[in-house]
Design a protein around this ligand. Structure first.
Ligand code: SF4
Length: 308
């Protein structure tokens, strides 16, 4: 039996996810009047949540837009091809399943034991861009969330020597579509709880048998440990990505250090190197997580309610 407290907690969680998605859409002007958005659905918790939240926001959105859910069946052994069509039929929404045997191509081209992800994802990207064109979609929505963005930031810093993450909105490689990430402000732990409570029919992501990206896993674990040990650190780091101060980094393409002369205005607080830094007791941008959200049962489907 679903008790009132669980319903209350679920509604709070749902409301927070909607608020996060709505805010990201507004901040980055992700969705505009007349957009036809191809929602990429892998069968994982993130993409199910993205579709669910976008559909609910669509009902009260100030602009008209359409959604078409797309899944790419890459013919991995054991992929349950009936799961997504059955789910999407039950929702009664427009959808399209693309069948392309990228699994065979990857197996053919990549020697046994080598990582297959880079070719596989390149092929997938090309197919999805082509599909968006065929379906007349001008935008492509991907289910990456805040924690994916931070992981990418650290991956690029640790292994790529770049201060670069994953943007909430960008131009596709072929220059024909805008790629949006409506979950950019959503925490992975919220998405996990939401997906479990809604009992989405999750399709496991390890069907291809490829080794997962170990570096990404290590960074994911590092971020999770930090989150436990130093509550608020993740929120603050994400905020830092939105608060870049080029004059206080070292990229002369971003800031013209050569033209800096005595007598110029002080920029971004000047030099604090000689000062003892006063750091806030509570990390910037952090709000304590309401305990009740942690207690949300994940084993029962809970009703969806509208935000008032
Ligand atoms: S894990 Fe498998 S399906 Fe996913 S990108 Fe890598 S090779 Fe492709």
């Amino acid at each position: 039996m679903v008790d009132q407290k669980q319903i209350y907690n679920f509604n709070k969680l749902q409301k927070r996810l909607r608020r996060n998605v709505g805010q990201a859409i507004a901040d980055f002007n992700m969705i505009e009047e007349g957009d036809r958005i191809m929602v990429c659905l892998s069968g994982g918790k993130d993409s199910y949540t993205m579709l669910d939240i976008l559909r609910s926001l669509q009902q009260n959105a100030p602009v008209n837009f359409t959604l078409i859910a797309v899944n790419l069946d890459q013919k991995q052994p054991g992929f349950p091809g009936d799961v997504l069509p059955a789910y999407l039929e039950s929702l009664g929404i427009e959808y399209h399943i693309v069948e392309e045997n990228t699994y065979a191509i990857v197996k053919d081209k990549i020697p046994e034991g080598k990582t297959t992800c880079s070719l596989c994802s390149r092929l997938r990207r090309g197919i999805l861009y082509r599909t968006a064109g065929e379906l007349g979609a001008n935008k492509i929505a991907l289910g990456h969330h805040r924690d994916d963005m931070l992981q990418t930031l650290f991956l690029n810093m640790f292994y790529g020597g770049k201060l670069k993450a994953m943007p909430p909105k960008l131009m596709s490689d072929d220059g024909k579509h805008i790629v949006i990430r409506p979950l950019a402000y959503c925490r992975e732990k919220d998405i996990e709880r939401f997906a479990a409570a809604r009992e989405f029919p999750i399709i496991p992501c390890n069907l291809c048998g490829s080794q997962p990206n170990l570096q990404r896993q290590v960074i994911g674990n590092m971020l999770r440990d930090w989150d436990k040990q130093y509550p608020g650190r993740i929120e603050t780091m994400f905020r830092a990505m939105q608060n870049v101060v080029p004059s206080h980094l070292a990229d002369s393409n971003l800031f013209d250090f050569r033209q800096l002369n005595a007598g110029d205005p002080v920029i971004a607080g000047g030099d604090l190197a000689f000062d003892r830094e006063t750091l806030p007791a509570v990390p910037v941008g952090w709000q304590d997580e309401p305990e009740e959200l942690l207690q949300l049962s994940v084993h029962q489907r809970l009703p969806v309610t509208e935000i008032k």
